[in-house]
Design a protein around this ligand. Structure first.
Ligand code: FAD
Length: 427
């Protein structure tokens, strides 16, 4: 290669750059993000035709709408607000909830939809997980009929955005000890005081479900409604975006200060009476996070297969080397184990038999396996594995957030350990 001349344009405008890129990269980045339909044990056959069509719609959305813009949003830490109308058009917000404009998907279809979002992009799937899997699910599971009617239709249509505020600066894994308080006023309204941290959509949400302790020390869920739209001030509510993240950069989390926020008496969700109710929501939402981990792994695996088939070294495609095939086989084994475990967990949920420990074991297994798969894919892509353009790097980074949120790997293992031994090792 000749040295750049003194008159060469500055980096980024070099007319030879495209040629050089084509020479070192056998596939365009977005090719690598396309689904290969990885489903070795045909798990999708468990869906009915309507649900298969829903999953296919989300797959197309991820391939054609999300993937082409995901890297740029990730790099600039920009929330992809422009995707919201297309997201709303998919009609999947609300997941397994029925009525009030929600799609009433089976737990299995809800899980596969989540995996498809994550296969496209972790930030989009985390947005969906917070809006649909946490905020809407809490209102759907723990709200009265009036409360569901009040908030769910707008959330299902994505006219309004939801958030779920449980974690606090001083209480993450031990969030059962949360300090945020809800004081009952003589007129029946509630005054919220405290701090929340890591709250997805916290700076842009219209409907924020805040977990707090009432005057009797019981944990409840209180809806802070921003009646004039996201960002419009609610007295006492201040949300600041957390910056400098190395994962899920295109979805925003907030640190929230609640300094005397007043909510009406009917904004306490009727069926949220203790932390056991919080756990009912988490048992459900952790299931979708387990599927989310799977989506990241499939994205990384699909990209690695496509890349290995096209990139040549030593005169043949990488895919022709035994060591590379061994890696791909182990990745597929991990993915297929994740898929079959997720399917069974969702079937238990559909039968009303899924417990906190089922979700914990599945999240533990899938998040750590997905981490392995993403790391192997990153390796198969060589140097391109750390370039956003080739998509694997984004999933490799984003899986770290999945590994931690909705309960870390260690916390899931403590929940499972309690079931195995009958001994509670963490209180
Ligand atoms: C990107 C992102 C999005 C999130 N979105 C939301 C949201 O929308 N709403 C919300 O409420 N929260 C949200 N969270 C918070 C998330 O659920 C917490 O980060 C998570 O529960 C862990 O809490 P922590 O970060 O405070 O870690 P810590 O609890 O401080 O844990 C630190 C380490 O200590 C380990 N540890 C803790 N206790 C034990 C123990 N007893 N034994 C062994 N090891 C232990 C943990 O496993 C971990 O490795 C989000 C977090 C992230 C990173």
């Amino acid at each position: 290669m000749t040295e750049p001349t003194a008159t060469a344009p500055p980096t980024g405008e070099n007319p030879r750059a495209e040629h050089v890129e084509a020479a070192v990269s056998p596939v365009s980045g977005d090719d690598l993000a396309r689904a290969r339909g990885t489903d070795f044990f045909h798990v999708e056959e468990h869906l009915d035709a309507r649900e298969r069509a829903v999953v296919a719609r989300v797959r197309e959305f991820s391939d054609d709408v999300v993937a082409p813009v995901a890297n740029e949003h990730w790099e600039n830490a920009e929330f992809p607000a422009g995707l919201l109308p297309a997201y709303a058009g998919l009609g999947v917000a609300g997941g397994a909830l029925d009525g009030y404009g929600c799609p009433g998907l089976s737990p299995l279809a809800e899980g596969m939809v989540t995996a498809e979002f994550a296969r496209g992009d972790g930030s989009v799937s985390t947005f969906h997980g917070v809006h649909s899997g946490l905020a809407m699910t809490t209102i759907g599971m723990l709200g009265s009929a009036e409360q569901q009617q009040r908030w769910l239709p707008d959330l299902a249509a994505v006219r309004r955005i939801g958030a779920f505020a449980l974690t606090e600066p001083d209480h993450g894994s031990d969030v059962v000890r949360l300090d945020t308080s809800a004081h009952r006023e003589p007129d029946g309204s509630w005054t919220l005081r405290g701090r929340k941290r890591w709250i997805g959509n916290g700076t842009i949400a219209d409907v924020v479900v805040v977990w707090a302790r009432d005057d009797d020390g019981r944990v409840g869920a209180f809806v802070v409604d921003h009646p004039d739209g996201a960002g419009a001030p609610v007295p006492g509510y201040a949300a600041r975006r957390i910056t400098g993240k190395t994962a899920n950069r295109a979805v925003w989390q907030a640190q929230i200060e609640l300094d005397g926020v007043r909510v009406d008496g009917d904004c306490r969700l009727e069926l949220a009476r203790s932390f056991a109710d919080t756990n009912r929501v988490l048992a459900k939402s952790r299931q979708t996070v387990a599927w989310e981990a799977l989506g990241h792994a499939v994205a990384a695996y699909d990209a690695a297969v496509t890349y290995a088939l096209r990139r040549e070294q030593f005169g043949r495609p990488l895919a022709g080397f035994q060591l590379v095939q061994d890696k791909l086989s182990h990745m597929l084994a991990d993915i297929t184990a994740m898929q079959t475990m997720c399917v069974r967990m969702s079937q238990l949920q559909a039968d009303g038999r899924a417990a906190l420990e089922h979700a914990a074991l599945t999240k533990l297994a899938t998040a750590s396996a997905a981490r392995r798969v993403c790391a192997m894919a990153r390796d198969i892509l060589g140097g391109n594995g750390i370039l956003l353009d080739h998509h694997v790097a984004r999933h490799h980074a984003d899986i770290e957030a999945v590994y931690t949120y909705e309960g870390t790997d260690s916390v899931q293992s403590l929940i499972v350990g309690r079931t195995i031994t009958g001994i509670n090792a963490f209180t």
